[in-house]
Design a protein around this ligand. Structure first.
Ligand SMILES: Cc1cc2nc3c(=O)[nH]c(=O)nc-3n(C[C@H](O)[C@H](O)[C@H](O)COP(=O)(O)OP(=O)(O)OC[C@H]3O[C@@H](n4cnc5c(N)ncnc54)[C@H](O)[C@@H]3O)c2cc1C
Length: 618
């Protein structure tokens, strides 16, 4: 996702340099104090769990927050939400500070296994995989881009034997969640108003994003709502923000219902195992650790895993549900042999393509004065601190390998008005883990210069990776290998994606800024002619950037699908009282940023539970 946090540097650098940063913190603290007494967005209360609930939801992230909120609408049910991390804080609210949350205690700080195919420009050849360890999960760390995916993704899910998951069925759940506050979008039949989740464009932007959209039109694409009837095209990004601040799923779905008597939320509570009766094969509770003490909570009706695409499969395997040979290898008794942890998919992009401009129109850390920028955010909810982690433009384009209809693009663009070194090497290089050689040779020479980038990303990879247990210890991080770029066509699509990005950058609208390609080759690719196919392939493998969309590790599919872990009602095959509701269930990754689709999965999953239990009772 790239270059995100450049403004943030300005603000956070100030913390250590002057006391100006105290002003917004103080204002934030005052506002927070007031919220506690009357505001519906006030924070949730961390509860001591009871011994037993109707439903125990594990993980309060993008999906789990939705599930807990919707299930507790049924007054006769009581619901426990267990979340490993703490609550959000004032810094997580600020859109431009998104990247600053990585490598903190709100981040699980995962890393991929080193391979020789990808991530070669990062330390130890590992890609960093941040995931939210906080109420709201990865919706607290994410860059807030609101993209739903392509209608054919969902129709394909249905065609795999998952009735009720086609585009027309899921569209109503996207709309149900949404409160779109951009009038031109809100009136469209594809958008919703009045839902819990606020969606709007960032109130501030650079002129470069207008040039990006106009250039897209010049090369033959439409400027359109990429979440509407047709996805192919260019637009200014929509984001999950509310009045200029992050709207995580915790803020959207949990805070307004925090006083419900039948919903308990337990923070800093890490589930370690689902309890399953080996004779009846019914899930009846969860073991978890809070404040260093191991505890058990029982579920009368169901346990729901919403721990995300890394931790839901980890928990299933720790509980005896997974590939039998692998479980035996790590000494776990097999209760149900299922391909848990397989089918891992992610979006991987090519980072580092940089265009320099002659005008002061990009985001450059040194140019933003901390005090006015911060006050504009705190007082007016406007200004550079409202940018979606630094991203401004989105596009969906077709390479020569794309579906011939032109309606199911194979490449997405993220456009950011900054480079890897617009923050003078303070944050971006660290959170990505760029090697010193790459940073010093290529990016340090343009530190603090006006620059912008397009990052092409591969929408539907051919490769499938895996998540496996490192050991039977629930506190040991699992092994993660996305197998990026092991498939030649995946790489070829990205090479073509870079060529389309170059066409966009060469279009007339960018000429007014004196925009030009920065031509410093990557040190390990300089044997190839700059921007030849061979060079671009080398760049694809060197700066292989996750877009943080891990999914698919507990695949949804019918009982005859040998790869399926959950059925189309999201129940784990062969185990009663246990569902998975999060990014893990995607049979194929959606063509677009995953947060909105995961929220939709949470909405639909909660409805499936209501249908199953409320109909049964009557
Ligand atoms: C840095 C970053 C940037 C991103 N940018 C975007 C973007 O701009 N737009 C977009 O659409 N998507 C984006 N994404 C992806 C999107 O946010 C995720 O796909 C989505 O949040 C995943 O939702 P989930 O519910 O599956 O998992 P998560 O939201 O990760 O939730 C899982 C939750 O479970 C908790 N948990 C895990 N294990 C346990 C356990 N054992 N016990 C108790 N709790 C546990 C975790 O702490 C976490 O809160 C981004 C993600 C990241 C990390």
């Amino acid at each position: 996702m790239g270059v995100h946090v450049l403004l943030a540097s300005t603000a956070l650098k100030t913390v250590s340099v002057t006391s100006l940063w105290l002003i917004p913190l103080l204002l934030g603290a005052l506002t927070y104090h007031n919220y506690n007494s009357y505001d519906p967005e006030a924070r949730i209360l961390d509860k001591e769990p009871l011994k037993e609930y109707d439903f125990v939801v594990v993980g309060g992230g993008s999906a789990g927050a939705v599930v807990a909120s919707r299930l507790s609408e049924v007054k006769s049910w009581n619901v426990l939400l267990l979340e490993s991390g703490p609550d959000e804080n004032e810094i997580t609210d600020v859109p431009s500070l998104a990247g600053y949350l990585q490598l903190t205690k709100l981040d699980w700080q995962y890393k991929t296994e080193p391979t020789s195919y990808a991530c070669l420009g990062f330390k130890k050849k590992q890609c960093s995989w941040p995931r939210g360890k906080v109420l709201g999960g990865s919706s607290v760390l994410n860059y807030m881009i609101y993209v739903r995916g392509n209608r054919y993704d969902f129709d394909q899910w249905e065609s795999f034997g998952n009735p009720g998951w086609g585009y027309q069925d899921v569209l109503k759940y996207f709309i149900k969640s949404e409160d779109n506050r951009n009038p031109y979008l809100a009136k469209s039949k594809y958008h919703g108003r009045g839902g819990y989740l606020t969606v709007q464009e960032a109130p501030w932007r650079t002129p470069l994003v207008a040039a990006f959209v106009e250039s897209g039109v010049e090369i033959g694409y439409e400027n359109r709502d990429i979440n509407g009837a047709i996805q192919t095209g260019f637009m200014i990004a929509q984001g999950t923000i509310r009045r200029g601040s992050r709207c995580s799923t915790a803020k959207a779905f949990l805070r307004p219902v925090r006083t419900r008597k039948n919903l308990d939320i337990s923070l800093n509570s890490q589930a370690t195992r689902v309890l399953i009766n080996p004779v009846t094969m019914k899930a009846y509770g969860v073991e978890y650790v809070k404040h260093g003490v191991k505890r058990t909570v029982y579920a009368r009706k169901e346990v729901i895993l919403s721990a995300g695409a890394i931790n839901s499969p980890q928990l299933l395997m720790l509980s005896g549900i997974g590939p039998k040979d692998h479980l035996r290898e790590v000494g776990i008794k097999v209760l149900k042999d299922l391909p848990v942890g397989e089918n891992l998919q992610d979006h991987v992009g090519v980072g580092g393509l940089t265009f320099l401009v002659d005008k002061p129109v990009a985001i450059v850390q040194n140019r933003f004065q901390a005090f006015p920028v911060t006050m504009n955010y705190v007082v007016n909810e406007r200004g550079p601190m409202t940018t979606l982690g630094g991203l401004e433009g989105i596009a969906f384009v077709n390479t020569k390998y794309a579906n011939s209809s032109g309606l199911w693009p194979d490449i997405q663009f993220h456009m950011a008005p900054a480079s890897f070194s617009s923050d003078n090497g303070q944050i971006v290089r660290k959170i990505l883990g760029l090697t010193d050689e790459v940073y010093d040779t290529v990016y340090r020479p343009i530190a603090n210069k006006d620059a912008w980038t397009i990052m092409p990303l591969l929408l539907r990879p051919n490769t499938r990776g895996y998540v496996r247990l490192r050991s039977s210890n629930p506190f040991h991080y699992p092994i993660m290998n996305p197998r990026y770029h092991e498939d030649a066509l995946d790489v070829a699509r990205l090479v073509e994606g870079i060529k389309i990005a170059l066409q966009v950058a060469n279009a007339t609208p960018f000429k007014q800024f004196g925009s030009r390609l920065y031509m410093k080759p990557l040190p390990n690719c300089k044997q190839h002619k700059f921007m030849s196919d061979e060079y671009i392939e080398c760049q694809v493998r060197t700066i292989s950037m996750t877009i943080y969309h891990q999914s698919g590790t507990a695949k949804m599919g019918p009982s005859w699908d040998p790869e399926a872990v959950v059925d189309p009602r999201l129940r784990v095959h062969g185990v009663e009282g246990l569902r998975v509701i999060d990014a893990s269930i995607m049979p194929t990754i959606v063509s677009g940023n995953t947060n909105a689709a995961v929220i939709m999965i949470g909405e639909k999953g909660a409805d499936l539970i209501k249908q199953d239990w409320l109909n049964r009772r009557r």
